[in-house]
Ligand binder design. Structure first.
Ligand code: FAD
Length: 660
């Protein structure tokens, strides 16, 4: 099992020795592992869940576990889902002796960390300074002296800026260890939360709020909790903060619409004092907010809902249900009089404009209407159509789909609110109200699939050679190999242009960085032929020569004493390009006679004859649009020059060793 999975499992069991099935599954959202496979990982993790009294986890007490009773060879947990397991596969390796664990065992946690006394810290050098204040007053003083300082909470946004947008901050201030920014207080009419409370803690606070205020009055907190359920994975929520979401002001933020719709008030603090900013006035443009430059976001006052006649709901559509950024996200709120007349409304959307926005036309129409009158639904839809008449060229695309989503969300909201009012049941569309939840993952292994083809070895399931090592965490990966003497780290300089002439490459600034050892490019290869690779035709260059034909094409390599320095060096290499024209469609390629010379058509059999004999021939054009690919995993490779005959020992995670 990948170490990330082990860390997630450890954190889960540490925080909650009796997790539910859902909590177990949720703890692994966002983890990636290509070696072990997800089914066995989830099966192993689910053996810790509170319903499961068997499995490896709960082996002592109770009924005991098969692992314990028969010395391994498969767990009794598997017997219901896959009785065939043992018979079909048979024990292929001796079962490892797992340490037993009982839920009342205290998992090891360094006592020194528990007792750690937080003190203000500062460290760094001439180029970069890090501050870690532990009171708001200290933070404000630092901000006063360094107004340009970058505040860092969970760093889930900041790291994207640093890693992928090459942003550099000379002064950074970590605000995650300031208790005042992480506390919360229940008041009669509002809940005040510290702006840098973690989102995981915020989920728990929302649960407490439901207990404290009751279901109806706690609707804003239920709405926040629901948004958080579909907000990134647990690892992100463990560190990310509302302040980070607010200050980033992303147009697709999930929390910001709720804060606007619930009329939350943001408290900004500077050395000059406190300022209350209504959330309805906070967002001013693309990633632009009303936060004064000398201020920090200190807290949020989230109003409690009225006991009767107020309804708040949230809706989000992403490409997948959990752990994904929104296409459209929204928080909708109405307040009704005793006669169901709308007294106030907030219809707030993300993904429909360069910032979190209110649907002004729809809101204006809604106020004063009888909510239960079907004409109200029609009128709001017309208002939304005006509010979100996005042009087809809108950034992010999908103009029609996004507008349909905004209307679909209101449709669901309308029927959900109606279901809470005394209305005729035929006016209700119950199908539109409920949330579709993903069921707990299950999986079986099909041992029968290859029975018909089975031979002595072929067709039989057998664990692959590294299975035990990978699933117990013993496998050593390239990156785990201890650093060798004189080892250098390489970082590639990649093209930022899709099609361009390389006018010049100047690595001098990179070479000035202490720790950068060298810059190499195609000129350092023994001969021009050594720069070509590919099969069956070697038609790709390792390192660009005078032109780049794709963004991300390697141009050269920076060598340095650490991976971090190599990355810094890579960013300092100055490449000058001259843009070349691009051919972007098949038609343009045919027109320009721009063909791959070596690639033959895939032709099998007598195509002309087959067409002649076909009963019907359909002709048409099919096009595939852009594709998105989530990264899989980072790659590492270790090359060790050997003293004899220019030999090179290569450690590489490759499926093609002969070409490495
Ligand atoms: P940081 O990165 O620490 O800071 C972000 C900004 O806030 C910085 O400019 C920082 O200076 C500023 N800041 C932090 N604290 C303060 C303060 N007290 N006062 C003033 N400024 C402050 N977002 C969503 O809305 N929905 C998602 O589903 C979602 N999924 C994500 C998935 C992944 C994998 C990642 C990496 C991010 C995702 N995000 C998502 C975005 C991000 O997690 C959130 O915006 C998060 O709330 C940022 O919080 P943070 O504490 O990590 O911010």
């Amino acid at each position: 099992m990948g170490t990330d999975f082990l860390k997630s499992l450890y954190a889960l069991i540490r925080n909650n020795p009796n997790p539910s099935e859902h909590a177990v599954e949720e703890a692994f959202d966002g983890n990636l592992c290509r070696c072990t496979g997800y089914r066995p990982i989830l099966d192993a993790a689910q053996s810790f869940n509170s319903r499961n009294n068997c499995g490896m986890a709960k082996s002592n007490g109770g009924s005991g576990c098969c692992m314990e009773k028969n010395g391994g060879g498969g767990c009794c947990k598997g017997s219901s889902a896959g009785d065939g397991d043992k018979d079909a596969i048979g024990p292929k390796f001796p079962a490892p002796e797992f340490k037993k664990w009982s839920p009342d065992t205290e998992l090891i946690f360094p006592a020194a960390l528990r007792k750690h006394d937080f003190k203000p810290l500062v460290f760094g050098n001439k180029k970069k300074k890090w501050y870690r204040p532990v009171t708001v007053q200290q933070l404000l003083q630092i901000k006063n002296i360094h107004p340009e300082a970058k505040l860092v909470g969970g760093s889930t946004e900041t790291q994207i800026e640093v890693k992928f947008k090459a942003m550099r901050y000379e002064t950074s201030v970590y605000v995650g260890d300031i208790p005042e920014l992480r506390q919360f207080t229940f008041h009669d009419d509002h809940l005040e939360i510290g702006a840098n409370v973690s989102l995981t803690d915020l989920e728990a606070i929302c649960e407490q709020a439901v207990e404290k205020y009751g279901s109806a009055r706690a609707q804003p907190f239920k709405a926040i909790k629901k948004q958080l359920q579909y907000f990134a994975g647990r690892q992100i929520r463990n560190v990310a903060s509302p302040a980070g979401n607010l200050a980033t002001a992303s147009p697709i933020s999930d929390l910001n619409p709720v804060f606007v719709a619930t009329n939350t008030v943001l408290i900004a603090e500077s050395l000059n004092g406190e300022k209350e900013i209504p959330m309805t006035e906070f967002f001013q443009g693309y990633r632009k907010t009303a936060l004064p430059p000398d201020s920090i976001i200190a807290s949020l006052r989230i109003p409690v809902a009225k006991e009767k006649g107020e309804f708040t709901r949230t809706y989000k559509q992403a490409k997948r249900k959990d752990d994904d950024i929104a296409i459209v996200t929204s928080a909708l709120r109405v307040s009704l009089s005793e006669t169901n007349e709308v007294t106030s409304a907030n219809l707030v959307f993300g993904g429909m404009a360069p910032m979190t926005v209110s649907a002004k036309n729809a809101e204006a129409f809604l106020v004063g209407q009888d909510f239960t009158n079907p004409a109200t639904l029609e009128g709001v839809m017309a208002g939304l159509e005006k509010d979100f008449n996005l042009p087809f060229s809108v950034p992010g695309g999908m103009a029609t789909y996004r507008r349909s989503l905004s209307m679909g969300f209101f449709y669901r909201f309308y029927h959900d609110v109606l279901s809470n009012l005394e209305v005729m049941s035929e006016d209700l569309d119950p199908d539109g109200i409920a949330e579709i939840e993903r069921a707990i993952s299950t999986g079986d292994k099909d041992h029968e699939a290859s029975v018909a083809y089975q031979q002595k070895i072929l067709g039989k399931a057998s664990p692959h050679v590294a299975a035990l090592k990978q699933s117990t965490g013993q496998a050593q990966y390239t990156d785990d190999i201890p650093v060798q003497k004189n080892e250098l780290f390489a970082c590639m300089v990649l093209s930022t242009k899709a099609h361009a002439k390389i006018i010049s490459v100047d690595p001098s600034k990179a070479l000035d960085i202490p720790g950068v050892v060298d810059y190499v490019d195609h000129k350092d290869l023994p001969n021009p032929q050594a720069n070509w690779w590919g099969a069956p035709v070697a038609d790709e260059l390792f390192l660009a020569v005078d032109k780049v034909t794709t963004a991300g094409q390697p141009i050269g390599v920076i060598l340095a004493h650490s991976a971090k320095i190599a990355e810094e060096g890579m960013r300092a290499v100055n490449v000058e390009y001259e843009d070349l024209p691009a051919i972007l469609s098949i038609e343009e390629a045919i027109e320009a006679e721009s063909f791959y010379k070596h690639s033959p058509f895939i032709k099998n059999g007598d195509v002309d004859e087959a067409f002649k004999q076909a009963d019907r021939i359909f002709e048409g054009v099919s096009r595939m649009g852009g594709q998105e690919h989530f990264y899989l995993e980072t790659q590492a490779c270790l090359a060790i020059p050997k003293p004899e005959d220019g030999e090179m020992e290569i450690w590489s995670g490759t499926q093609n060793p002969t070409e490495t």
